[in-house]
Design a protein around this ligand. Structure first.
Ligand SMILES: [Zn+2]
Ligand SMILES: [Zn+2]
Length: 116
């Protein structure tokens, strides 16, 4: 059986590829998977859960978010900062741990050397 059906499709606003698109939360511009990587800033998801695809802002909206998303955008930014801070602490802890381990090993080694 053949049947004509009407089907809604989404197209990338940049390259016009008919694909699943990612939407800017500020201005609503939509990009395909490939263009998204270049043109959308992706924040931590589920900060403000809207059902799907939250956390995307185009470059313009990321620099100058429209009034309606200003607050939400600053939340995404705050979460990103916290995340960076936490991973910073993690790195500091790691390098301190490594330094202490090296120091202990050196001391052990010196002791061993001294015994012989
Ligand atoms: Zn595209
Ligand atoms: Zn936008």
């Amino acid at each position: 059986m053949k049947k004509m059906i009407e089907k809604e499709m989404t197209f990338c606003d940049e390259c016009e590829k008919g694909d699943y698109v990612y939407k800017c939360m500020g201005c609503g511009i939509e990009y395909c998977y490939d263009c998204r990587k270049l043109l959308l800033k992706e924040y931590q998801h589920e900060v403000y859960f809207t059902g799907s695809g939250d956390g995307y802002f185009c470059k313009d909206c990321d620099i100058n978010p429209p009034a309606k998303v200003k607050k939400i955008h600053s939340l995404y930014k705050a979460v990103e900062m916290l995340k960076n801070e936490v991973s910073g602490y993690y790195n500091i802890t790691q390098s301190l741990t490594n330094r202490i381990v090296v120091k202990l090993l050196e001391e052990e080694y010196d002791k061993m050397e001294g015994r012989e």
